[in-house]
Design a protein around this ligand. Structure first.
Ligand code: 4AD
Ligand code: MG
Length: 456
């Protein structure tokens, strides 16, 4: 159907022109002579007002119902009230009626209710704004890396290696559900790949392969985690941005992470003014000031050991005890970001026992050159490290963890043939979108969230 996007019309270039628009009716107001429809086609956060002169057009009642889809022809004129434009209708054609059991009604808009209708919730203001921001942020991520000569690579989704070595993979199999074998090895030998396979938890290991050829690469794709974490910040399927940079040490990659985050936040603030005003008013008061402050100030840096000291002296009751060597729990991270730093903070140099095998071992023999970026309200949004480039130390770390070395032969080869210092990080895209929109549940920033017991 030939028609014009509402976003184009709202820019003002169509004044005095005749156009055709298509969309869904969002509101309807009636008076003696004139009726008003607000139409959204989803190409902009704002809607187009349609003015219907009832003496000239017989308006089909079905076209006035919330959620009905219509096609309207008419002339674009200056808005009668306020600035902007509106459309004087010459013809209003019903495309699809929307009966009164349409669940998107003004009264029922709690996010929890909307989570139960993922196929319809996108037609609300909130989700319109979330996904528009998500899209602009994704474009900005690509632009940031592209402008800096990174090669965008797509790493495999089906993999035989578990990047984190932590066994949180979903299995990929074509075996019948009642397949019976004498042993696990026999079972997998008969499976599609002739060995155990799963969905990738991270593209990092393949990213390292590409970075040791192209120097600067990034991936932007789905990662899968079968962890049983039913929280507001965990998904079983999330989108993962993973740059990997050769000739970069921990401070270098931290600088890149900070610069990238600021670049993307600025892009969202500048390119999504309507959406950000909406979030600022209805989702998180003061959001825009907070984000501009993030863009214009330095992120904090805190050594893990100092963080433990701060937590031990904290005037707060934690459910998990704090001692050197412990993993930071959400409550600890929240205290550090929300109470102590009140801005994004890199925690650096974690104990090697609680981090992954591939992280560069520091000379103290106890810690690794790794960092998590924590932000107020959410906690960890980035996991980052310099990678162990020394083949002997890497082997030793893998052996301590009883890892199957045969599945990491290629990875070890990278250290054998022209090894280089290199570093990378993983940014959880949904957590980032939560941070810039103020949305508090990760299920509300992804189209169809997958989590424990939930695959609607
Ligand atoms: O800290 P993680 O596990 O680090 C890695 O996967 C590294 N291989 C990244 C790298 O160095 N290339 O995950 C990175 C980020 C987390 O900080 C978090 O933002 C996000 O991925 N993340 C999740 N997001 C939503 N749901 C989950 N279950 C997530 N698990 C991790
Ligand atoms: Mg992590």
């Amino acid at each position: 159907m030939k028609h014009t996007d509402i976003v184009e019309i709202l820019k003002g270039d169509f004044l005095g022109k005749r156009v055709t628009v298509c969309g869904w009716v969002r509101t309807f107001r009636d008076s003696a002579q004139v009726a008003f429809l607000e139409l959204s086609d989803g190409t902009s956060f704002s809607r187009l007002q349609i003015v219907v002169d009832k003496s000239a057009i017989a308006l089909d009642g079905e076209c006035t119902k919330n959620g009905a889809s219509v096609c309207v022809k008419g002339e674009i004129v200056k808005a009668f009230k306020g600035e902007g434009v509106e459309l004087n209708a010459e013809e209003v054609v019903l495309l699809g009626a929307c009966p009164s059991d349409y669940p998107i009604q003004k009264k029922r808009t709690s996010l929890e209710f909307l989570r139960g209708i993922p196929h319809l919730r996108l037609r609300t203001n909130t989700f319109n704004a979330v996904f528009r921001v998500r899209s602009i942020a994704a474009q900005a991520v690509h632009r940031y890396f592209h402008e800096r000569h990174y090669v965008y690579v797509n790493t495999p989704i089906i993999t035989a290696s578990d990047c984190e070595g932590a066994g949180e993979m979903f299995r990929v199999t074509t075996q019948p559900f009642d397949a019976k074998y004498a042993s696990e090895a026999e079972y997998y030998k008969n499976d599609f790949f002739g060995q155990k396979a799963g969905l990738s938890v991270s593209g990092q290991l393949e990213g390292e392969v590409a970075a040791t050829a192209f120097s600067k690469i990034y991936t932007f794709g789905p990662s899968f985690r079968a962890e049983n974490s039913n929280t507001t910040r965990h998904l079983a399927e999330f989108w993962h941005i993973e740059p990997e940079v050769a000739f970069a040490e921990l401070p270098d990659i931290m600088e890149i992470a900070e610069e990238m985050i600021k670049y993307v936040i600025r892009a969202v603030l500048e390119e999504c003014p309507d959406e950000m005003n909406f979030f600022d008013s209805f989702i998180e008061k003061g959001l825009k000031d907070k984000l501009w402050h993030v863009v214009n100030s330095e992120f904090g840096v805190l050594d893990y050991t100092d963080a433990i000291g701060i937590l031990q002296k904290a005037d707060a009751q934690f459910s998990y005890p704090v001692e050197w060597g412990c993993d930071l729990q959400t409550e600890h991270e929240k205290y550090l970001t929300d109470v102590v730093m009140q801005k994004p903070v890199f925690i650096i140099n974690y104990p090697k026992e609680i981090k992954s095998f591939y992280m560069k071992q520091n000379s103290d023999g106890k810690t690794v050159a790794a960092t998590d970026l924590l932000v107020p309200g959410i906690g960890e949004i980035i996991g980052c490290s310099e990678r162990e480039a020394d083949p002997e130390k890497l082997l030793q770390a893998m052996k301590i963890r009883n890892m199957d070395l045969s599945s990491y032969r290629q990875y070890l080869d990278l250290r054998k043939f022209g090894t280089v210092p290199h570093s990378g990080f993983g940014l959880g895209f949904e957590r980032f979108v939560m941070y810039v929109t103020g949305m508090e549940n990760i299920r509300d920033v992804t189209l169809f969230p997958r989590s424990v017991n939930n695959i609607m």
